[in-house]
Write a protein that binds this ligand. Sequence first.
Ligand code: CU
Length: 69
Amino acid sequence: MDRLTINIKGMSCNHCKMAVEQALQTLQGVESADVDLESNTAQVAFDPSKVDSKKLKAVIAEAGYEVED
Ligand SMILES: [Cu+2]
């Protein structure tokens, strides 16, 4: 299991937190996704044989939030 911290712009409330976490959890291979609104980050645990960081970031962008590289 790999872990990745993703910096995200545009999250302001609990709804945003849930939207990002749910978007990540729809991806196959994502074991857990935890958003921290204070640091504007998502901590993701995932199986690197099923999903990669590109896909994780793409699904966040699709949910309407900006990923910082
Ligand atoms: Cu919000």
